[in-house]
Design a protein around this ligand. Structure first.
Ligand code: 13P
Length: 353
């Protein structure tokens, strides 16, 4: 295993205040989001949408890597250029989602276990030959009455670590994503407690499975109150709780942390990431970056609605959100950036032609 090469890739995934764009929705998830906007749920519509994303002008200025899905990594632009080549040509590192989804966990009502280890070694070789340089696996941990259970946390952490070891063997950087869900009325303190336990368990398992921490990216949730919790803490309180939790549970050797958005609004996700970088950046051992799907893509889909004539406006929205999150990495994001007509909102005229 070439640890230096893995470390170099991991570092380049969080370099220059850029972040990852998660565009790895499985077909059922992508179709569900299309259905909300009346977009046809076809392979061609999914391809057209992903072409819109990968051809957004200047995307490589704020996005370091893009996470693709099995269908997407095999697709091409209308002109025949493979998506992998299109993004690599603009300096974006291609990655691939390799888990096969979170399934109901036997004996654990209300909890999920992520599957996909069977045959993974062979699939990683294939993806690597197709140009992928990193992979992603998402475990989901629900918070509720009597959950999460120890059994669920341990089984998911073990699967994440076995996946990560296989990735490194294949020369791919594993993005390790243990997501504590926002659904429910639990408090921020409960989320902090669960997130800390999950992260400690994940890093114990990564150590047992001999995963090199320098050669991975952690993709955690922010520490947040449940969506239906009556008390919603301020942006700064969320930033403090999240960073404190990470400092306790994430070893300094890890090359980078890239948050998932998990159902936060795009603006809140940017504001919270910004607050963490404003308040703590100079004191942290790892970069705090983003790996958002919904918090980047939601406005894009809303504008596109499957219409060719809306592509440019949708690309402007994508460019804008990516730019806001890059600013948040620098601690330079502010609400004024969200007002229509702001300078960051527009892709340069030149880039569009
Ligand atoms: P969200 O940012 O929408 O939570 O998605 C991140 C992701 O990659 C989920 O696996």
């Amino acid at each position: 295993m070439n640890v230096q090469a893995l470390t170099d890739t991991a570092r380049s995934m969080v370099a220059d205040d850029k972040g990852l764009l998660a565009m790895d929705e499985s077909n059922p998830t992508c179709n569900k989001r299309f259905a909300e906007w009346g977009i046809p749920q076809t392979e061609e519509a999914r391809r057209a949408y992903r072409e819109l994303i990968v051809t957004t002008p200047d995307l490589g200025e704020s996005i370091s890597g893009a996470i693709l899905y099995d269908e997407t990594i095999r697709q091409k632009k209308k002109d025949g250029t493979p998506f992998v080549k299109a993004i690599t040509d603009v300096g974006i590192i291609p990655g691939i989602k390799v888990d096969t989804g979170a399934k109901d966990m036997a004996g654990h009502p209300g909890e999920k276990i992520t599957e996909g280890l069977d045959g993974l070694r062979g699939r990683l070789v294939e993806y690597s030959q197709m140009g992928a340089r990193f992979a992603k696996w998402r475990a989901v941990i629900a918070v509720g009455d009597g959950i999460p259970s120890r059994g669920c946390i341990e089984a998911n952490a073990n699967a994440l670590a076995r996946y990560a070891a296989l990735c490194q063997e294949a020369g791919l950087v594993p993005v390790v994503e243990p997501e504590v869900l926002m659904d429910g009325d639990h408090t921020l303190e409960r989320c902090r407690e669960v997130t800390e336990e999950v992260l400690r368990t994940v890093f114990n398992q990564l150590y047992s499975q001999r995963v090199k921490l320098e050669g991975l990216i952690l993709k955690p949730n922010m520490v947040l109150p449940g969506l239906s919790c009556a008390k919603q803490e301020t942006v700064d309180e969320v930033a403090d709780a999240t960073v404190r939790c990470l400092l306790r549970a994430v070893p300094a050797a890890v090359s980078g942390i890239a948050f998932l958005s998990g159902g936060q609004t795009p603006e809140l996700a940017s504001a919270r990431l910004n607050a963490m970088n404003v308040r703590f950046k100079s004191r942290l051992p790892w970069a705090l970056a983003f790996s958002f799907a919904r918090a980047i893509q939601q406005p894009v889909l809303e504008i596109w609605q499957g219409k060719e004539s809306h592509v440019l406006a949708a690309q402007q929205a994508l460019h804008h959100r990516a730019g806001c999150n890059q600013a948040a990495r620098r601690g330079e994001y502010n609400a004024a950036m969200e007002t229509a007509g702001g300078p960051e909102q527009h892709i340069s005229e030149q880039a569009l032609h």
